[in-house]
Write a protein that binds this ligand. Structure first.
Ligand code: ITT
Length: 190
């Protein structure tokens, strides 16, 4: 059994559509402060593996706004909880001419063994390695539209629709998480 480590039920719903056998492990691992998602996912996967003593998959995601040099990026969770998603949309519209952005998701897999994967964070001497899989989708920040999804979905538009206007299947087919899950599943099942 594979544990999908997150406190966010929206992520689990999307992961289950691609990996039906995953179980949520509601473990709030300490998130490193880092400008990139990779080290956060790697440290989180190690902490979760040590906690569960079983194979784990950690999911770290964020909205990277080009005109703000990638902000909120790795700080997306803190910014959602403090400023709020609608305010991020208004701030972008007020301050930026170019509303290009990308949603990114990095999955970190750790099972305590050596891993033969395309991208592996080896860690330190006593650390188990972590395999990393990324999905990235380009789009724009827009005024909120749609009732579906969670988090930043209403203000992130790609292919003419916000994630919140898509059905769960439509979002999963093209989303950052769907792509990262595909890359992980191809490796894990292959
Ligand atoms: P965990 O760390 O427990 O997994 P979290 O929601 O804090 O839960 P992240 O740090 O990865 O997870 O999330 C960063 C923020 O981005 C957070 O505010 C999420 O709601 C949001 N987010 C993540 N994936 C998203 C998606 O697919 N669509 C919209 N918002 C998303």
């Amino acid at each position: 059994m594979l544990r999908y480590v997150t406190t966010n039920p929206g992520k689990v719903r999307e992961a289950r559509a691609r990996l039906p056998a995953v179980e949520q492990l509601d473990f709030d691992y300490p998130e490193q402060q880092h400008p990139d998602l990779d080290p956060i996912a790697a440290a989180g996967a190690r902490a979760a593996y040590r906690h569960a003593d079983a194979p784990v998959l950690v999911d770290d995601a964020g909205l990277f706004v080009d005109g703000f040099d990638g902000f909120p990026g790795p700080y997306s969770s803190f910014v959602e909880q403090t400023v709020g998603v609608a305010a991020v949309g208004r701030l972008c519209a007020r301050e930026l001419d170019d509303l290009d952005a990308a949603f990114r998701c990095v999955l970190g897999y750790c099972d305590g063994e050596a891993l033969d994967a395309p991208r592996v964070d080896a860690g330190g001497d006593d650390d188990p390695p972590v395999a990393l899989f990324e999905g990235r989708v380009a789009g724009h920040v827009v005024p909120p539209r749609g009732d579906g999804g969670f988090g930043y979905d209403p203000i992130f538009e790609t292919d003419g629709a916000t994630y919140a206007e898509m059905t769960p299947d439509e979002k999963n087919e093209r989303s950052h998480r769907g792509r990262a899950l595909d890359a992980f599943a191809d490796w894990h099942e292959g």
